[in-house]
Each structure stands twice: as C-alpha cells, then as structure tokens.
Design a protein around this ligand. Structure first.
Ligand code: MRU
Length: 339
C-alpha cells in the first residue's frame, strides 16, 4: 500500500499528491514553513494526513530553532499559528497541533534535544495510531458493504489522505478483501479531481473494480440502480452528526436519500469536533478561483468571471445513515458524549 509520508533523518518525506497520477515524486520538508506550504498547496491533503504533517512540522520547527531559549515559547506559538492558518476545515489539523502544544508545554524544562526527541515520538505515535484506527474503521464498516455490492464514493479518503489504509477507502478495502465488491463508482471531484487522480489510482493499483464518473452523473447512476451504498470521509463532524466533507458530498447524501440508498461517513474521532453543536459552526474553506477557472493551467471560461469555490459542504446528520468510527458504528440521533 502507498505511504504518503515518512519521517527520516529529521526530515519529512512527502508524496506530492498534486502531481499524481502522472508523476510519483517525493519531496523533502526540512522546516515548518515547507510543511505548511505543502499543506496549503495540496501536495498533502486529507484531514488525517494534514494533522500528521502538522505534528511533524512542529518537530521540524524545534529542530530548526536558533534563538536564545527565552524565545522558544513565542517561536513555538508563531509556528503553530502558521500551520493553523493553512486550511481551516479539517479539525485534525487543530487536534494534532493542540496535542503537540500540550506535550511541549508540559516538558518545557527539558533540554531542547530531549524535548525534540519527545515530540518526535509523539508525531510518530500520531502517525501510527492513525493507521491502526483506519484498520479498525475498516473492520467496523466492512459488514455494511455486502458481497458484490456497488459502492459510490467521492474525493479521496484513502491511504493518501491518512497515515495509510484510509477511512472511507479503508472500509472499501476491508469489504473487498472480505466480501468482494461489485464496483466502486468514483466521482471525479471537481475542481481538484481527488477522485479521478487519487482514488482511481489507489483502487487500480490494488485491482479493486473501479469506474470513474463526473460528479453530475451520480444521480443517473443511482436512478439506473447501480449504487447500493454511498460512503465518504469527513473533515469535521459536529456533535449532532452534521459533517463537513469535500464539496459534492451533501448532494450525494440528498440523492442517496431520494433513492433510498444508505449513505455512510467513515472517520476517526480525531475528525470529531464535539465543541460544535452543529454543522453551521464549521468553518468552510474557500479556495482560489483559479482552481475552477483553469484546467491544466489553461482557462476554460471567461477569465474575469466571478467564482465561488467552497472546498467543502455540510451534510446534515439526519441524512447520514451511520458514521463508522474506530469506536463503533453510530446512527441517528447521534450522541457521541462519553466517547
Ligand atoms: O481538500 P482535500 O483533498 O483535503 O479534501 C479531503 C476530503 O474531503 C476527504 O474526504 C476528508 O479529508 C477525509 S480523508 C480521510
């Protein structure tokens, strides 16, 4: 299985997802700034992976610290803010940064070299835990995708979006290994095409049956009776189950409801934001209009047209048949208290 990130010789090695599937290029990040830029430019993306990269970025920040010790706390906060400003929706980013900050503050009295080692161990733990949780999500969800069933998904919630294995794609992987799936329909996922470029690539490499469609074909495929289950990942889940995920997810949930098709979200608890009552409080990232106006660097529209480019939408919890997590499968009315 593809590994999107590894930490080696005190550097982060990341697979540049913006070049996939045409080129498999690994980049090195030696500073927090380089890691932040990789997140901002979608070289690395997907909620859990963004969190993992941010955790390592805080380690890189400490490694490259040059100032006098008295300046360390302020320096740490500056780097944390730099990373926090990269992408607003995926809560894993803030979850990971807060975890790293807590450890940093609790061990400030240590010599810097020991503090760095401790932080490295924590970032490694965040990475390894994510892979383990993905596998649990796969186990918990695979029974929902019966033998021969046809599944529809959007964006990329696979190994590339996580430490490895994947959330929604983890469930698909586990179900295919156990039951054998009939087909995975993949929405291309305009405008950045994570479905066409990344999910199709992952599934093809593993010989899982896959068919690519444009986003606007989803309703017709359902009308034709070719979709038994819809499953997607998440960037942030609120207390009532309202879920932010890639733009287009809400439309799929509505279509699934109209066609009486179960609609599942798969996500680890690091993607839950139980401080939010509902999805209206989730900040939705708006990205560069150029993503919509251009394809492969060429305008496909009138260059000066006004554009709205939200990267995510919010699916109301009541449209989600179940949310598959490492702690089990939850169904409406959602109650995650005590989890
Ligand atoms: O803009 P992206 O590519 O970071 O968006 C990714 C998604 O929407 C994924 O579905 C989500 O982060 C879950 S990844 C396991």
């Amino acid at each position: 299985m593809i590994t999107p990130v590894c930490y080696q010789d005190r550097q982060l090695i990341i697979l540049d997802q913006s070049k996939l599937p045409q080129q498999i290029v690994y980049d090195r990040c030696g500073t927090a700034e380089e890691a932040a830029e990789a997140i901002r430019t979608l070289k690395v993306r997907g909620a859990p992976l963004i969190g993992i990269i941010a955790a390592y970025a805080m380690v890189l920040a400490l490694i490259t610290f040059k100032g006098p010790n008295e300046g360390l706390c302020r320096y740490f906060q500056e780097k944390k803010h730099l990373l926090a400003a990269t992408r607003p929706t995926a809560v894993n980013l803030f979850w990971a940064l807060n975890n790293m900050e807590r450890l940093f503050m609790e061990n400030l009295e240590l010599p810097l070299a020991d503090l760095i080692k401790l932080m490295e161990e924590k970032a490694n733990e965040i990475l390894n835990l994510d892979i383990a949780l993905n596998r649990l999500i796969g186990e918990n969800g695979r029974g929902l995708l019966p033998s021969g069933c046809q599944v529809l998904t959007i964006c990329n919630a696979g190994a590339l979006a996580t430490g490895g294995y994947g959330t929604a794609l983890g469930v698909i992987r586990a179900a295919h290994a156990e039951n054998g799936l009939g087909m995975v329909w993949v929405c291309e996922t305009r405008p950045v095409l994570q479905g066409a470029r990344l999910t199709v690539w992952e599934l093809t490499r593993e010989k899982i049956p896959v068919t690519l469609i444009t986003d606007s074909m989803a309703g017709y495929i359902m009308y034709l009776g070719k979709v038994d289950v819809v499953i997607a990942g998440a960037d942030r889940v609120a207390s009532n189950g309202d879920t932010a995920n890639k733009i287009g997810t809400y439309s799929l949930a509505m279509l699934a409801r109209c066609h009486k098709i179960p609609f599942y979200i798969a996500a680890p608890f690091s993607t839950f934001d139980l401080s939010l009552a509902d999805g209206a409080e989730i900040p939705v990232e708006e990205r560069d209009p150029q993503e919509i106006k251009c394809v492969n660097g060429k305008y496909i529209t009138v260059p000066e047209v006004s554009v709205f480019n939200p990267a995510f939408d919010i699916t109301p919890g009541e449209l989600i048949s179940s949310i598959i997590t490492e702690k089990g499968v939850f169904s409406p009315p959602y109650d995650f208290s005590g989890k």
